[in-house]
Design a binder for this molecule. Structure first.
Ligand code: XMP
Length: 421
């Protein structure tokens, strides 16, 4: 639009890059040259517009930051919003200052949370709502907020999809039924999900089917209780990753939002839509949620289905659940998981040869994924101690008879996503 030129890059760049600052700029005040920034692009700016100046470069690209100081137009190639970019927040704060605004976000405290609750109260009035409770941090905090706002008018529906980890339902009952005395209905829909997923291999199709099955069941239940609203624990990264930009390819039809079919007779209410995970945890703490829920690893809506490569069957689910339980038990023991975003097992669908006793065996391969991250947008694989990996691998091949090989995923995000599908 401004007369520059963009081409498909000769070298595509994903992950860390060193930023060399060539020229002073209001956008980079207080930021040293040589910082690590995260890239994720295939295209490249090969020529900037005439009235622009290059501010910073990397080894692979000429124009990593460019500006037109007079018109106050700034362009950056890297992602300032991901935590792996050093000084990313400062770049954004500088930009906000250039815009003449105040860069401070409001503090999340009791008052702030009371305001959210009041907002929900105002929008729902005396209408009934159902809440999609999954037991994860996001849906739990969303349910509690709505419960605090409208009390018994919220019915929480927990759909047992059969795609969950071990003991999910029990934990959920203990916290929300026994402790908070919330109104919870548990729907056994294992057969319905498995039937819908039969023979489906494509990850996005799996997501759509699962999303649709969830919504169909919600709608069915909502009719019974005459609910008008559906509360969901969608958080900010879900919203942006689902929408992308006008020109970007769709990243994933993904994360609750995108997975929902277009027509829905319930009005969505998403009280956490503007928050990052750490902020959601803060809100949960203020609401008194126990640590075991607040510090839970995020778990994808489509559950274990996106951790099984290929079609989903009851038998594969059982194998994966057993392997995953071992991973969780071992990680728990060394309390390392406080620094970890997610640690889980993946059913790779690859069979390999092994030997057991005197016999050759042809068995399944389980992959372990352990990642460090502060938000869902970028991540490093965790440098888990070899002894721990050894213990996990030995236990899995000994205790899950169908498995004879365990591998460790050593890829960062980007370019890999956290989940395998
Ligand atoms: P990816 O795999 O996109 O995952 O790097 C980022 C975070 O999102 C979770 N995730 C999902 N959550 N529905 C969800 O509610 C989904 O379809 C979905 N896919 C991934 C993932 O577990 C990670 O925490």
């Amino acid at each position: 639009l401004l007369g520059g030129e963009v081409k498909a890059g000769f070298k595509k760049e994903y992950g860390p890059a060193e930023l060399t600052i060539k020229k002073k700029s209001d956008l980079l005040v207080g930021i040293p040259s040589g910082i690590i920034v995260w890239m994720s692009h295939g295209d490249e700016v090969v020529r900037i517009p005439k009235d622009f100046q290059t501010i910073a470069t990397t080894k692979t690209i000429l124009h990593a930051v460019a500006e037109n100081k007079n018109k106050k137009i700034y362009g950056i190639q890297f992602h300032p919003e991901v935590v792996h970019t050093e000084f990313g927040t400062e770049v954004l704060e500088n930009f906000i200052k250039i815009c003449g605004l105040n860069a401070r976000r409001s503090e999340i405290d009791e008052n702030f949370v009371e305001n959210i609750i009041q907002d929900i109260k105002d929008s729902l009035g005396s209408a009934k709502a159902i809440c999609a409770l999954s037991g994860g941090v996001d849906s739990s905090v969303a349910a509690l907020l709505v419960n605090r706002a409208i009390g018994n008018n919220l019915v929480c529906i927990y759909i047992e999809s059969g795609l969950m980890r071990k003991d999910e339902t029990e934990i959920l009952k203990a916290v929300f039924e026994k402790h908070y005395h919330m109104n919870i209905q548990i729907i056994d829909a294992k057969k319905e999900f498995l039937k819908g997923l039969k023979g489906i291999v494509d990850p996005e199709e799996k997501r759509k089917i699962i999303g649709k099955t969830f919504v169909d069941i919600f709608e069915r239940e909502a009719k019974k209780i005459d609910a008008k609203f559906l509360a969901q624990g969608t958080i900010y990264p879900d919203v942006i990753e689902s929408k992308g930009t006008k020109h970007a390819q769709i990243i994933k039809s993904h994360h609750n939002v995108g997975g929902l079919p277009g027509k829905m007779s319930l009005v969505l209410i998403e009280p956490l839509r503007n928050f990052y995970k750490d902020e959601v945890r803060k809100i949960g703490k203020i609401l008194g949620l126990p640590d075991k829920i607040i510090n839970r690893q995020p778990f994808p809506g489509p559950g274990l289905a996106v951790r099984i490569i290929g079609d989903v069957t009851e038998q594969k689910l059982e194998i994966l659940r057993k392997a995953d339980t071992i991973v969780q038990e071992e990680i728990e023991k060394i309390i390392l998981h406080k620094n970890l975003w997610q640690v889980f097992a993946v059913f790779t669908g690859i069979k390999t040869t092994g030997v057991r006793g005197d016999e050759r065996a042809y068995g399944e391969t389980i992959a372990i994924r352990a990642i460090e991250a502060q938000d869902a947008m970028s991540a490093n694989f965790a440098r888990l101690p070899y002894e721990l990996l050894d213990k996990i691998s030995t236990r899995i091949v000994n205790e899950v008879k169908e498995v004879n090989r365990v591998v460790y995923d050593i890829t960062n995000k980007p370019p890999a996503t956290m989940e395998w599908e």
